[in-house]
Design a protein around this ligand. Sequence first.
Ligand SMILES: [Zn+2]
Length: 341
Amino acid sequence: MSLYTDQKYVGLLSPRLDLFKQVRQNLWNSRCPICGDSSKNKSKKRLYIYEKKQSLFVKCHNCGYGSNLGNFIKELDPHLHGQYVVERYGEGTKHMVFGKKEKIPEFNFEKPKFKPQPTKINLPSIDELDGEHFARKYFESRKIPESFKDKVYFAEDFREWAQEISKIDYSNLGKDEPRMVIPFFDMEGKLIAAQGRALGKSELRYITVKVEESYRKIYGLDRWNPEDTTYITEGPIDSMFLPNCLAVAGGDLQTIKMDKEQTVLIFDNEPRNEHTVKKLMKAIDDGWSVVIWGKERKFKDINDLIMSGLLTDEILFIINKRTMRGLEADWAAREWRNVQY
Ligand SMILES: [Zn+2]
């Protein structure tokens, strides 16, 4: 019966434990109220409550605090501790228990071993949302392919989710707001970054976060075949419309080590955007094949072309026709820059 009482008091204590969560049967995890856990990373939680010989014990992997459940309760809530003692040991043994020194058994819960394993995204995917949900409506309004409905997600509070998945401190990441979430995986399916698209009015339409500082913001690696012609766009959504297409979110398309002979860089059609023009000219200088958009139609990016009613095949036809490198690209780019819309 003592284990049952312990379990009950873990429940009673849980409102006092930040980010409290049951990991599995008789194992709980939260932030450590003794040391405060990491002040830099608010999502760090290294306090465990675990079972040994029909009793529960507490251990913090940050400060090293270890105790039986009773003394831990006393530390946090002396009043609750009084009730606990009565309930667990009975009125008569109350005083005896206070003086009793219990030996704390070793905590040897094994951390999960790291092997390449696809990361499961702990958010509802677009296809799991209600038909009328605003994120689903937004997804559909952009005509994103059906096949991505289970690869794009929704976060009620993007900042909170970013802090959950990342080792980087994102506590200053704008206000808490809902966003459509596009996860970036590596070739093994491990989460490396994610982009959140604002769904309401926001100054920051796109926010891209990384899981670790050293990771790159490259989208689509989990579906990438390096043997085939690779297209690279600037935005993840644009890349969803093209075969074997990667996206480099908000960054330099040239940060990826790739075979220039087999790669086509697709910049947005923004001849008035100095930044885009500069990146394009540099890519040509560096010997990349690039797409220089024609002036027949006005559009901003691949998604725009889809919205205007073009099919993927038609877009690929244009892309292949307008793919150039070297001098030819240089001439065409200079002409493109002077387009007046
Ligand atoms: Zn601690």
